[in-house]
Design a protein around this ligand. Structure first.
Ligand SMILES: [Zn+2]
Length: 307
């Protein structure tokens, strides 16, 4: 089985879980300490990759994990995780209490966009998580990892209202889930990720501005990997989000489908103009659902018009 684990700062392991059987799509993280933790689990189909990577590090039991948010590419495998590790429990936003034991609604929300067939093939079927395995988070809560290491949980809505990011006080790494956007290999720029129903620019920018005030050495993204220029990337994300919103604002009178085709072409042309190589452009543009981005931006613009 494919394994790709990178060690940072002696204690943080970045684990590629080969989402959709492709490298460089989804990272989970394991922080080694006297009381270790896993951040993100990935979709169901990625679970075997996660386990085989942990075992390659000699880790045969993990007692807890922290999830950034309730989207299925991040939490699809939770049911498997709590089944495999008997003692395991999961930190997550309080909406997890409602949705993880009965994940039908989460499933339907994604299958309505991607189709159920696509979802089963690519992310895999999900298992319910028993309610006693779920621990809800509070904003600014500390998760003690032992050895003077702590994760501070920040409630950071904008991408999703149930999003949390986690700040490691030792390495000064912010595990930022999907709040920033996407950075695919081998780019060093942020592509926005603005899905409905929760994307809201003002709320997201408020979050990003709060993060800019933290002492940061690294940003650890779910899609994908650890990056060492946090402040540049946050500035880059804000700029791109503004440009994407303006572009969609200037495309009225088109269906979401028409607008997404126009947008995809425009994004590709921009990347070519900026001199990115073909492989990087393909990594960025082939792994995004443009229609969902259009729907997210239009939903936000509508909310702003009719609050
Ligand atoms: Zn995601």
């Amino acid at each position: 089985m494919n394994q790709d684990v990178i060690k940072f700062d002696n204690h943080i392991y970045q684990i590629d879980v080969f989402m959709e059987n492709k490298p460089g799509r989804m990272s989970c993280y394991y922080i080694d300490s006297s009381n270790p933790i896993l951040i993100e689990v990935g979709p169901s189909n990625s679970f075997p990759y996660l386990i085989s990577s942990l075992e390659s590090l000699g880790i045969n039991e993990v007692n807890r994990s922290a999830m950034t948010h309730l989207h299925l590419d991040h939490i699809g495998g939770i049911g498997h995780l709590v089944e495999k590790y008997e003692e395991h429990f999961v930190y997550i936003h309080e909406l997890g209490l409602k949705h993880l034991p009965n994940p039908e609604k989460l499933w339907k929300a994604v299958s309505d966009i991607y189709t159920e067939k696509w979802l089963i093939e690519n992310w895999g079927k999900i298992k319910p998580t028993p309610i006693d395995k779920i621990k809800t988070l509070n904003d600014n809560e500390f998760i003690d990892l032992g050895n003077n290491r702590k994760l501070k949980a920040y409630h950071d809505p904008g991408h999703a209202k149930h999003h949390y990011s986690f700040y490691d006080n030792v390495s000064k790494t912010l595990f930022i889930g999907d709040t920033l956007g996407l950075i695919y290999p081998h780019g060093n720029f942020v592509q926005p990720n603005l899905p409905p129903p929760d994307f809201d620019k003002e709320i997201l920018f408020e979050t990003l501005e709060k993060f800019e005030k933290l002492e940061l050495n690294n940003l650890a993204l779910a899609h994908f990997g650890i990056h060492k220029n946090p402040y540049d990337l946050i500035a880059n994300a804000k700029e791109s989000i503004d440009v994407w919103i303006k572009f969609i604002e200037n495309l009225p009178e088109t269906s979401n489908q028409e607008a997404s085709a126009i947008m995809e072409q425009w994004v590709r042309t921009n990347y070519e103009f900026l001199g990115f190589d073909k492989e990087t452009i393909a990594n960025y543009t082939n792994n995004v659902h443009f229609e969902m981005q259009v729907a997210g931006i239009r939903n936000y613009l509508l909310k702003k018009k009719n609050p």
